[in-house]
Design a protein around this ligand. Structure first.
Ligand code: HEC
Length: 163
């Protein structure tokens, strides 16, 4: 009887160890910055405010590669903007800031182009609303930054220069 109790006790301890290991794995902090997690964030409309607080404004996008778009900022990013809606000239967005270009065609969102501030640098991605990844956040991002680095950018955000 005592050995049965002992065995039972051991099983419980083993179970607890296994449980905590899988839990640690589930908490991998990098998962928060996967394509899927970033797409989910883009779709979470209550987390965002549109440029200059104008949710209906569609910009031509003639200066960039994507065409017509709406521009939105998550609350962390929005809080870094001045009353005129822009980032101060020499300021940087804080970690956790997210800037999303909602590319629109025929009144529908056809693509999210996004930048997310993580460890003081931007992560870049392009993902369709149907989850198709055109440019993964895990890819090397010089394609994006080489162009966003252009004159007039503020912390690599270029829209402030044109709109
Ligand atoms: C050829 C230049 C060019 C390349 C390459 C480019 N962008 Fe842009 N992007 C722009 C310009 C210019 C804007 C400003 C809006 C506009 O006119 O389209 C912009 C706007 C954005 C915005 C809105 C914030 C801002 O900077 O205004 C996001 C987000 C964005 N681009 C993501 C990306 C991602 C992700 C990539 C790489 C996969 C990328 N861009 C590649 C030129 C470029």
């Amino acid at each position: 009887m005592r050995s049965l109790l002992y065995l039972f006790g051991c099983l419980i301890v083993l179970g607890l160890i296994l449980f905590s290991c899988t839990k640690d794995k589930g908490r991998d902090p990098e998962l928060a910055f996967s394509d899927k997690a970033l797409l989910d964030s883009c779709k979470n409309s209550i987390a965002f405010k549109y440029y200059k607080d104008k949710p209906d404004s569609v910009y031509t996008g003639v200066h960039g590669p994507h065409g017509a778009f709406k521009l939105k900022f998550n609350k962390i990013a929005f809080a870094a903007l001045t009353a005129s809606g822009k980032l101060p000239l020499t300021a940087k967005f804080p970690n956790g800031a997210m800037v999303v270009k909602e590319v629109v065609s025929g009144g529908e969102i056809s693509l999210f182009a996004l930048m997310y501030k993580h460890n003081n640098s931007w992560l870049w991605a392009e993902i369709e609303p149907n989850s198709k990844v055109l440019y993964s956040v895990n890819k090397e991002s010089s394609v994006c930054t080489s162009c966003h680095n252009q004159a007039g950018n503020r912390d690599l955000v270029t829209s402030f220069n044109f709109y």
